[in-house]
Design a protein around this ligand. Structure first.
Ligand SMILES: [Zn+2]
Ligand SMILES: [Zn+2]
Length: 365
């Protein structure tokens, strides 16, 4: 079957047709991919020397239909519409039992195949590392039960795919990690696919002031459809001063959703109110550093948190977002910019890097 493959770091995706999956065993499900989103993290992995085993099938924002199930599967039936999520979990450690599967002590061990068992995925007859336990830029995916969840059939596949990462990461940062409350002041630096969801997560949680910050006027315009009450273009004004002025002293929560820029990390910290917290969501290169005076935490009573996958409990969160979407209370339609074929992945990533669009999704193989 077809898959978009990274054969060398820094080189374009190559579409190969000698990608193969094994049949499901144990608690695994085989899924026909109907939509696979292009996330920034994939291109980050494709272009940075992170020590990932090559060749590599990336992609981790997948929706599709279950076509086959392993003998021990209890949660899924053939024909179910599902969304994959890389935030898997074991289900029996103390963290999982405490309702925090995102902090699971065992994952991915226990959900992967054991040494000696046939590999789940292969390319040209050679065993392949399964990226994020998903490897979603392919016609089918073979998943453990704890890396997928059923969603209502009524959610279109491209919209459903976005629930797997961008939505969960962005909205979850506001709802789960920050615990935004009614009346809070929120600022979001970077209004791409994830940042837009942080805005609407904050809106859903009842934030009073929701400030979108981005250099691109088109993204700021889009941000208004996701609950932004104010927009700031740092090309025109100092975002730190502007946030302080709008909020009357600073943000309770400032989210950095760009990654790779020291300046925006520092801005997120500087725009906080006393007692506020900055959240770092964007990926940072291995060499990145940040200097913070300890008084930032002590006298200024501020906090700093890293957010990974929006602190999601995805078996709870993804069906919840799907339901809110069907009720017209959660915007997924405006996140989608483009439906493409697997042969167009390189061009679509170039567009994404330019920053003008929200999300391209592969829907044709
Ligand atoms: Zn666990
Ligand atoms: Zn992602």
């Amino acid at each position: 079957m077809k898959a978009a493959v990274i054969e060398q770091i820094g080189q374009p995706f190559v579409v190969r047709d000698d990608y193969e999956l094994d049949s499901p065993i144990g608690r695994e499900i085989l899924v026909d991919v109907k939509a696979s989103g292009l996330c920034h993290s994939d291109i980050y992995v494709a272009t940075k020397e992170l020590g990932m085993p090559l060749p590599l099938v990336l992609g981790h924002e997948v929706s599709g239909v279950v076509t086959e199930i392993g003998p021990d599967v209890t949660e899924f039936r053939v024909g179910d519409h599902v969304v994959a999520c890389l935030a898997g979990f074991c289900g029996h450690c103390d963290r999982c039992l405490d309702g925090k599967p995102n902090l699971c002590r065992n994952y991915p061990i226990g959900t992967q195949r054991k040494p000696g068992e046939k590999p789940r995925v292969s390319l040209g007859g050679q065993a392949l590392y399964q990226f994020s336990e998903i490897a979603g830029f392919a016609e089918q995916v073979l998943l453990h039960e704890n890396n997928a969840v059923v969603v209502p059939d009524a959610v279109p596949f491209p919209q459903a795919a976005l629930l797997g990462c961008g939505v969960t990461t962005g909205a979850g940062a506001a709802i789960n990690s920050a615990g935004v409350r009614v009346g809070d002041n929120v600022a979001v630096i970077g209004c791409g696919g994830v940042g837009l969801n942080t805005l609407q997560g904050a809106a859903l949680a009842g934030a009073r002031t929701i400030i979108a910050i981005d250099l691109q006027p088109s993204k700021l315009e889009l941000a208004k459809k996701f609950g932004a009450t104010h927009t700031i273009n740092p090309a025109e004004v100092d975002p730190v001063e502007a946030v302080k002025e709008i909020t009357g002293g600073g943000a309770d929560h400032a989210f950095e959703v760009i990654g790779g820029l020291k300046k925006t990390l520092e801005q997120a910290i500087a725009m906080l109110a006393t007692g506020g917290t900055a959240y770092f969501i964007g990926a940072q290169p291995p060499e990145a550093t940040l200097e913070i005076h300890p008084d930032f935490f002590l006298t200024n009573k501020r906090g700093l948190r890293g957010v990974y996958m929006g602190g999601t409990n995805f078996k709870r969160d993804i069906p919840m977002y799907a339901q809110l979407y069907l009720q017209g209370r959660f915007n997924l339609d405006d996140l989608l910019s483009n439906e493409i074929s697997i042969d167009e992945v390189n061009e679509a990533y170039k567009e994404l890097e330019k920053g003008g669009i929200a999300r391209s999704v592969i829907t044709r193989f």
